[in-house]
Write a protein that binds this ligand. Sequence first.
Ligand code: SF4
Length: 253
Amino acid sequence: MKQMINPYLKNLNKIEFVVTYACTGRCKHCSEGDHPTCGERIDPDIAANAVRGIATEYDIKTVMTFGGEPLLYTDAVCAIMTAAKERNIPQRQIITNGYFSKDADQIRTVAAQLAACGVNDLLLSVDAFHQETIPLGIVKTFATESKKCGIPIRLQPAWLVSAADDNLYNIKTREVLAAFSEFEIPVGEGNIIFPEGNALKYLAEYFKDELPKNPYVEDPADVRCLSFSPGGEVLNGNVYQQDIMEMIRNYAP
Ligand code: SF4
């Protein structure tokens, strides 16, 4: 840490942006529930300036962008990642379902933009749930173009109950992962689906015994990750209306 400006954020080391709630997927396991096909996106300049300001005061290790589908608004992702690269933040992550366009030229262009703005950890969400509504062929095209541009990729499956459980969804997820074997992309540990949003609605029968916890819940008295919504909400305020450093200074749980 460079300077302790608020003890409740003394361990802050990550910034994440929900770029948009709009999504191309309609996943049965989505913890956010139903998504619009288009919608509000985080303001690129305000988000990038927030990264610069926070990284001046804190040793930020990771900046992450996700959604919804963040690549519906590549301008915002690139503005955020450019600022993260400028400030030497080592891990610059995006979580994407890989489906933001059907146009091969557009897919190639976006992959090149992501490489140029410094994305160095691309987590590609592929599994039984995503592939119910997201065409695998297009995701493979995006993976191919991203690899050509030198972006490190990991496959990021969602598992139901546990990665070892042999329910029908997990069996299908293993098939989806096998369909990527030719790309030699490492498979990350993924995540265990927890009972919120659509998961609670459509997969309730799988949550009878020990319930998986939402791994993204923060301790408000020890904020390690600042999370921005597409509407600018963060901590107890809104970055569209207040200076982020002022908000950090004044924050109390
Ligand atoms: S899980 Fe991801 S890809 Fe699927 S609907 Fe939710 S945000 Fe979209």
